[in-house]
Design a protein around this ligand. Structure first.
Ligand SMILES: Cc1cc2nc3c(=O)[nH]c(=O)nc-3n(C[C@H](O)[C@H](O)[C@H](O)COP(=O)(O)OP(=O)(O)OC[C@H]3O[C@@H](n4cnc5c(N)ncnc54)[C@H](O)[C@@H]3O)c2cc1C
Length: 405
């Protein structure tokens, strides 16, 4: 087969852009195919980027605010402050500019891009992949050949569906507005919990620079019991404990979108792989999908490039490259989900309130601040179970759950 590109990536979102850059920098020829006529729109994101995800792309000029910590509210109002003034925990970015910066990095490293274009077929042959791409504006079809096809095409991935690669374990629903007129504490985000406003999960208010805030929540359809995330959002704004904070807000934008979490069963087939939201990489504890998507490709980049050069890209070859690092990512995700379920998602409001009373004790806050890491929630969960007497009876259940995940 004569190849037009070594790799065709479907989707020029942040993970597609980063994947393009990582592979182009290592000498591969790469094409990104993006269905929209502009990179970075539409998006659904709170814009939190952890320092390690930011280190990967160094998109510091897209930062709109720094966050040092979180003020976490229990269902009955118990407040648990986590973090330390001046000690940066996470960045808040303009997601449109962030995506554009990351895709631009891919282009500067040598990748090409086709905008307003979508794949309509992809056939895997013994020596390569034949992809038919249609330009939506001109309706013109282009047939291109590559050694490898990568799906970075988000939560509803075409590539994942085309190659029957499985389905993320959980699909949460996120809803968010951008507002002016909220008076929050600078450099601190807020989290709210309770079955009326974010069953099993949490709502957030995030400072986004220039007096603006992002207010949102996420949950899962089976926990919503027929309500919508918009109903929950309205309940948050009307909540007797917190309604005064929202009294003067004016909404300037709103978004709703899926959060796929739980790595799919077969992220790899002969000459095909999926990365990022397409593979179900978002964190079960925070919904963050940028860092895990970046990690998924950077953990295999060098070996993948060698295999592309050799054109040895069978499912077996690809598995041998991804096996150890992706299994580790999956295991971390599964363990974090198990602990999240145990401590938060399966708890009634009364039980959550009891947990918050314990979280709010000075020695527990100290422990959270010492061990708590947004990137690695499992060590904190385990430390809480081990060291806080009130959580000890959950420790056995946690042990059993973790044994089987
Ligand atoms: C409300 C909400 C808040 C969130 N907040 C955060 C947060 O604060 N921090 C964080 O890290 N994550 C957050 N996430 C998750 C985060 O947005 C995703 O994990 C992240 O966007 C995944 O990047 P991606 O490149 O894999 O997919 P996407 O960002 O979805 O990009 C996929 C790209 O592929 C394109 N595409 C799709 N299908 C096709 C096709 N058939 N042909 C061509 N192109 C196609 C799309 O147009 C898009 O450009 C949030 C999600 C939601 C819903």
């Amino acid at each position: 087969m004569d190849f037009d590109y070594d790799v065709i990536i479907i989707g020029a979102g942040p993970v597609g852009g980063y994947t393009a850059r990582v592979l182009s920098e290592r000498g591969l020829s790469v094409l990104m195919v993006e269905e929209h006529n502009e990179v970075g729109r539409p998006f659904q994101c709170a814009g939190l980027v952890t320092p390690s995800a930011m280190d990967a792309v160094e998109a510091y000029d897209t930062v709109v605010a720094d966050v040092d910590g979180a003020l976490i509210h229990g269902p009955s109002g118990t407040l648990v402050p986590v973090g330390k003034e001046g000690d940066l925990r996470t960045y808040v970015v303009c997601r449109k500019r962030f995506d554009q910066t990351v895709v631009q990095q891919g282009l500067e490293a040598g990748s090409d891009i086709m905008l307003e274009s979508q794949p309509v077929s992809a056939d895997v042959q013994p020596d390569g992949v034949v992809v038919e791409i249609v330009n939506q504006r001109t309706n013109q079809t282009t047939t291109l050949r590559s050694k490898l096809l990568i799906g970075c095409d988000g939560a509803h991935s075409w590539v994942r569906r085309r190659f029957k690669m499985g389905y993320p374990k959980e699909m949460m629903i996120g809803f968010q507005t951008e507002v002016v007129g909220y008076e929050g504490q600078e450099r601190w985000l807020e989290m709210f919990s309770g079955s009326k406003i974010a069953p099993g999960f949490f709502a957030w208010v995030i400072p986004s620079g220039n007096g603006t805030h992002r207010i949102g929540l996420w949950s899962r359809a089976d926990l919503l019991e027929g309500r919508t995330v918009l109903d929950c959002y309205n309940d948050l704004l009307k909540h007797p404990l917190w309604k005064d904070r929202f009294a003067n807000i004016t909404e300037t934008a709103r978004y709703c979108g899926p959060v796929p979490s739980g790595m799919i069963r077969r992220p790899i087939k002969d000459r095909v792989m999926v990365i990022g939201d397409a593979a179900g990489m978002a964190k079960p504890t925070t919904g963050g999908g940028l860092g895990p998507g970046f990690k998924q490709i950077s953990s295999i980049a060098d070996r993948l490039v060698e295999q592309v050069h050799r054109n040895q890209l069978s499912e077996k070859n690809l598995k041998s490259i991804t096996k150890s690092s992706w299994s580790k990512l999956k295991k971390e995700q599964d363990r974090a989900r198990a602990l999240r379920d145990l401590l938060v998602s399966t708890r009634t409001d009364d039980e959550l309130d009891m947990h918050f009373t314990n979280f709010a004790k000075p020695e527990v806050i100290e422990l959270i601040n010492e061990i708590g890491d947004i990137e690695k929630p499992v060590p904190l969960g385990l430390a809480l179970l081990k060291k806080v007497p009130a959580f000890r009876k959950l420790a056995l259940q946690a042990g059993v759950k973790l044994l089987f995940t």
